[in-house]
Write a protein that binds this ligand. Sequence first.
Ligand SMILES: [Ca+2]
Ligand SMILES: [Ca+2]
Length: 484
Amino acid sequence: MDPERLERARSPVMRSRPEGGGGLRRPLLGLLSVVFLIWALGSSSAAAATEASPVVTGRQYPAMFTVAGDGRIFYAETYTGRIGVFAPQSGVDATYFQVPDLCESPDQGLFGIALRPKFTSNNTLYAYVTRQVSGGCHNQVLEIHPRATGGLAMDVLLDDPYVAGHVGGRLLFGPDGDLYVSTGDGSSGLPTLEAAKAERAAAQDLSSVKGKILRMTNSGGVPARNPYGNLVFAYGFRNVFGFDFDPLTGRLWATDNGTEGNANYPEPSGPGPLGGCNDEVNLVTIGSNYGWGPTGNCGTPPVAPLNTNRDGPSPVLPALNVDVASGITAARFCSGCGLGPQYEGRLFWADYDYRDGFGAIHAAILSPDRSAIASDEVVYQPSGPAPLSIERGPDCALYYSDPNEIYKLVDPSAQPGCVDPAPTLSGGQELITGAQGPGRLHRRAQARRRCKKRFPKGPKRTRCLAKARKLHVSEVQPKVSPDS
Ligand SMILES: [Ca+2]
Ligand SMILES: [Ca+2]
């Protein structure tokens, strides 16, 4: 995560929102709150309120976390290297694993963690870390698994020398069973723009793992369906903290962080207060280029979203161009998240205002074909520091972490409950993940529709729907060309 942002977030003064305002947005928000209150009191159809209920408290920068199928929360303490595990039912908090030899500069440490599917039987966890190796820092993906003789062992699946800030660090298993990993361009904090540009070029270099979303098997291998014969799934990213797969389509959506401008050297012109580039939400398709590279120019014209940096061939423009001087962190879809029907299928994401350390959770509405973002709104503004990551629990509720706690997003008038999504697409080869992607979802949707038609209600319908849920397609989707 960005050093500047993290440095500010680690400062004690950033740990609570100032009373009565403070920060550039507070007076305006205060006024808006009064206006909203008046509107809400006079409205008989006011939307239900999203609230946050603390679940894990008093932790040391749990930047990323994941929720196991049994409800346990595994969290990564970025600057201690401790992977903690909290059991909500018993309230017991324990250390699961201590990452050794951690590098501890602001944009180094322990970031994403992911549990291998069927974790309760394989007990295998993955972590993205920056570690000391032979006197230097390296970004690594670790596989942490039980040792035959007891305890846990650690294997290094990916090792890439650390150059500078921007390390990405999110891990998530896709619907295809492979592990997706975001990496940064390694260009932050270098002394000159020329040095930064030289590193930014790595995002366009298909032989480098920097500035990418990678896809690997659960043992670190290259899946046969990868577009370039290596770990690269998509490229041209600056520093991706958040991504998720659309439960309706299987498509991958990712946030990316734009430049903010820098006191040490001038940035090429752009929309931010000090130049630089907007933050982005992107629909990520296999083999595609998302435009970040050595130029780093987001000036206008053209207007957004065309004014994203556009290095390399056929750069894909953002689905949402976030015109704020901030960072963009998490991304997770609501699918039965229990915040009311208006939020179903929306992409939740978080902004992080580095000027004051606060932020908000947004929920973007996708277009009917779910290939674009139609609109976006803030759904929750924490009173404490900005959200760093958002995850989905086994009950499909959404959780988020900030520098100290992990919260569950709740609506007192609704209950979370996982739903089997009704797919809106029948496939599409520009997509993602092969055999278990949208083809499978489409077949499943057809079967579900047949069940509902044949059995209006009763146990036969239940059995039929249960059978449909397990439906797989046997054929593997063909390898997709990078330009599709
Ligand atoms: Ca971009
Ligand atoms: Ca930014």
